[in-house]
Design a binder for this molecule. Structure first.
Ligand code: NAI
Length: 250
């Protein structure tokens, strides 16, 4: 089996009902993986599930900020598959408010969705990831972990936390004999339904700010996630993969 194959791998993705998560689910399924799709949007999950090639996929309603939801979802994964090979902590959300307009509730919500989620998910999944013998966690961070954009205060703080948490988890897994690699991925501007909804002018301005002259397609982020999760990345651990059309290179 080629080192980049995901055939027979059990892969769980949060925020899988649309955008990067949905594109990543489809890419894994095309490689022969069996998917566990998780989101709060059950209607969206149903649509993604119906479009996946292969069989044995499941969808679970999971609020990534809720410890009890994680426990219930992982109990289902354990009962069905007895292991988990890949966890993609992808669900995330931010607003575009200055820190001076950010309320404590905004702050807590954005930190919870983007950062608490990654801790809760990694810990809940760990017993099943350990059973894989060759597992990977990919945490979806952002270029906002590295460079500032207007209105990215709590979001940047959370995404930087995701990057550092990934490193700590990678080191602690390796040093405690757990065969679980942990990496983060840092997308630049991605052309998702959200950016399309912001209008043509805003999209064009974003595209023009990127050296490659365009936003990423969700599939281009999925490709990075599949690489980090694959056996081809067997020595890639505790690092962050930037996929941004050279945005942060200038
Ligand atoms: P999206 O908004 O298209 O999809 C996010 C999904 O997460 C939705 O299906 C939503 O229902 C789900 N979700 C939100 N809160 C949740 C919760 N509490 N529990 C479970 N699911 C929840 O977003 P997109 O663009 O696909 O983003 C995915 C990840 O990529 C996020 O972590 C985001 O921060 C990150 N990212 C996105 C970029 C972009 O330009 N779109 C750039 C850099 C990073």
């Amino acid at each position: 089996m080629p080192a980049d194959s995901h055939a027979d791998r059990i892969v769980m993705i949060t925020g899988a009902a649309k955008g990067i998560g949905a594109a990543t689910a489809l890419a894994f399924a095309r490689e022969g993986a069996t998917l566990v799709l998780a989101d709060i949007d059950t209607e969206g999950l149903g649509a993604v599930l119906a479009g996946l090639p292969g069989s044995g996929h499941m969808a679970v309603r999971l609020d990534v900020t809720a410890e009890a939801d994680w426990a219930a979802a992982m109990a289902r994964v354990g009962a069905t598959h007895g292991r988990l090979d890949v966890l993609v902590n992808n669900a995330g959300w931010g607003n575009l408010r200055s820190i001076f307009d950010t309320t404590p509730d905004d702050w807590r919500r954005i930190i919870a969705i983007n950062l608490d989620s990654v801790f809760l998910g990694t810990m809940a999944a760990m017993p099943w990831l350990e059973k894989s013998g060759d597992a990977a966690v990919v945490n979806v961070s952002s270029i906002r972990a590295r460079v500032v954009g207007f209105g990215s205060g709590p979001y940047s703080a959370a995404k930087a936390g995701v990057e550092m948490f990934s490193k700590v988890a990678a080191v602690e897994c390796a040093q405690t004999g757990r065969r679980v690699r942990v990496n983060s991925i840092h997308p630049g501007f991605v052309d998702t339904p959200l950016s399309k909804a912001q209008g043509e002018e805003a999209r064009a301005a974003r595209a023009a700010s990127v050296p490659q002259g365009r936003m990423a397609e969700p599939e281009e982020i999925a490709a990075g996630i599949l690489f980090l999760a694959s056996r081809a990345a067997s020595y890639v651990n505790g690092t962050g993969l930037v996929v941004d059309g050279a945005f942060t290179a200038v």
